[in-house]
Design a protein around this ligand. Structure first.
Ligand code: GLC
Length: 585
């Protein structure tokens, strides 16, 4: 995907390619994170590339944002009737009747809400924008909406608008502010979509109603209210159940009320928006175009007191680096309580990321994807002819091997610009002498100034001949190593297990691999075995399960010409969007 010799592809083309092979049933589309119908033009089709670049400039610079999932679900804190359920999905998971759920909103009384403190926590974390759930799938509006009484003013004891003071605080602190809005799913208003239920239906007789009427009477007027009252910088749609082109068009048109607004790819109906939105994962090889990984610190988006297994700050810092090195943004979520407090553990993680960014922000903000296919010791970001090498596995011998064929002029630790590090150009790499121990055990940034635009060794797997034991004629094996990840190889529907076999032009030493699975629902959970043919027999290099997003692995060096990736898919036929073999640096 992101290789030195691959021109970036527009996100629209990527999505169209996914759409061509999508295996999404209408019912499961309710949870779909991807707009799969690309038959209609993007909302911004008429925009020139220069105008688009100008509109997205702040967002591309920003890299890191705060997602906030907050609603009356927060007042359940993850428990209902003794059952352990999902944060913001609690109403759906526990099939809570509408009347009960509405009554429970009296427990949503965020008297401790301090929007200035929230914005300052985001800013101290190094975040440059905020996206808050103005209305999630529960249908509840965090602001006084004229379209409903299912809102903060009419349904809770708190009564005051929650959005206006957050918008004001964000603007006062120089952060951009956006709204998440669940345009299709709405579990309280009559006719709103419910994932896994037929249109117009739900788990409660009170759900029965007309989806188009719901769109007309709730989604459209609320979108207009949010755009005109608060002038948000981002509109973040979600779960486009039943969103045809005709249904999505009025919502897309409303965005014109706010010139310059950015929007994501989850409106549905073929409106691609600006950003692709991988959810809860970092793509193995990256995506072309503008994309944003959204992720939780624990497991849930909405507050769940039982959700205490939090990612560490170090993990989150490395994820931010990983995402940035592939050209993406990171939208990291917090889950405030019904009292209006962001849990201490989550604040602690934000502070940890902020501490690292306050020292190393130059290597993140406004940078672009690094030029390398994969690095065993870390990641790289780029700003023009300066590379930032983010070293997470410090070299034991004090030599950092950089797979760079073109020249460099100097290197230094970002934290110590005065001390130049010695550089030695070897045949297929650059070797930088680094201190014996890692100055920062989480990630140490080395600045590498280039003499010319970077040239990196080509991916050996990209030039390989590839065959499959089974292939859908529309999704041939050759799609798996194009270097873009834009199209995928897929076995015919009735096949459970299939192999991809790569024959390199000449024997090569390989120490790792990366594979991306297509970003589709349901997730393609697969088991895999990677093997190489050594002295006439197949030797296993790596095996395991994928998580439905992709898989990457490292192993002891093996020199071979033929490699075989065998996959068995839990649901449906096996497939891969991209497969890469990595050589040592
Ligand atoms: C999903 C979930 C949702 C969450 C969102 C964030 O689509 O339905 O609860 O808000 O992802 O990306």
């Amino acid at each position: 995907m992101k290789t030195a010799n691959t021109a970036p592809r527009p996100a629209a083309a990527l999505l169209a390619a996914f759409a061509a092979f999508a295996i999404i049933s209408p019912a499961l589309r309710a949870q779909d994170g991807v707009t799969v119908d690309t038959s209609a033009p993007a909302i911004t089709a008429a925009e020139s590339p220069a105008a688009r670049d100008a509109r997205l400039a702040w967002w591309r610079e920003a890299k890191f944002g705060l997602f906030i999932h907050w609603g009356t679900y927060s007042a359940y804190a993850g428990s209902y009737g003794g059952t352990r359920t999902y944060g913001e999905w609690i109403m759906h998971s526990a099939k809570i009747p509408v009347a009960d759920y509405r009554a429970h909103a009296e427990n949503f009384n965020p008297v401790s809400y301090d929007p200035v403190a929230w914005v300052r926590a985001a800013k101290a974390a190094g975040m440059r924008y905020i996206v808050i759930t103005a209305k999630h799938h529960e249908g509840f509006a965090l602001y006084p909406s004229d379209a409903t009484d299912w809102d903060i003013a009419d349904a809770t004891p708190y009564k005051k608008d929650l959005l206006a003071p957050l918008v004001a605080a964000a603007r006062a602190e120089g952060l951009k502010i956006g709204f998440y809005y669940s345009q299709a799913q709405d579990w309280v208003h009559v006719g709103g979509a419910k994932s896994r239920y037929p249109e117009g239906d739900g788990w409660d007789p009170a759900h029965k109603g007309d989806f188009d009427r719901y769109l007309r009477e709730i989604a459209v007027p609320q979108t207009r209210e949010l755009l005109t009252r608060y002038q948000p910088d981002i509109f973040w749609w979600d779960t486009p159940s039943y969103m045809t082109k005709e249904r999505a068009a009025p919502l897309a048109n409303l965005l014109k009320l706010r010139p310059g607004i950015l929007t994501n790819n989850r409106l549905g109906g073929g409106f691609n928006g600006d950003t692709h939105t991988p959810e809860q994962f970092v793509p193995v090889t990256g995506y072309p175009g503008d994309w944003e990984t959204c992720m939780t610190i624990g497991r849930n988006w909405g507050y769940n007191a039982l959700d205490t297994n939090l990612k560490s700050s170090a993990d989150l810092i490395r994820k931010l680096i990983d995402i940035t090195s592939k050209g993406g943004n990171f939208l990291l979520n917090v889950s405030p309580t019904a009292e209006g407090l962001i849990p201490a553990g989550q604040l602690d993680r934000l502070a940890g990321v902020g501490a690292w960014l306050s020292q190393n922000g130059e290597a993140i903000y406004g940078t672009q994807a690094g030029p390398f296919n994969a690095l065993s010791w870390g990641r790289a970001t780029r700003r023009g002819e300066r590379l930032y090498l983010h070293v997470t596995e410090w070299p034991a011998d004090g030599k950092l091997r950089v797979p760079l064929l073109s020249g460099a002029t100097s290197a230094h630790l970002l934290q110590n610009p005065g001390a130049k590090l010695a550089l030695n150009a070897e045949a297929s790499r650059l070797v930088i002498d680094v201190p014996a121990t890692a100055p920062d055990p989480v990630a140490t940034v080395i600045v590498l100034d280039l003499a010319a635009p970077p040239v990196v060794p080509p991916l050996v797997s990209r030039g390989a001949a590839v065959t499959a034991t089974a292939e859908d004629p529309a999704a041939p094996a050759t799609f798996a190593n194009e270097g873009t990840g834009a199209r995928r190889w897929r076995a015919p529907a009735d096949v459970k297990t299939a192999s991809l076999e790569f024959t390199l032009p000449a024997p090569a030493t390989i120490t790792g691999f990366g594979a991306d699975e297509p970003d589709v629902w349901p997730r393609m959970k697969q088991t895999y075995t990677l093997a190489a043919e050594v002295d006439g027999t197949w030797r296993e290099l790596s095996s395991g399960k994928t998580d439905g997003h992709g898989v990457t692995g490292r192993f002891a060096p093996v020199t071979a010409t033929r490699f075989r990736m065998t996959l068995t898919c839990e649901k449906g036929a096996p497939g891969l969007a991209e497969f890469q073999l990595y050589q040592p640096e």
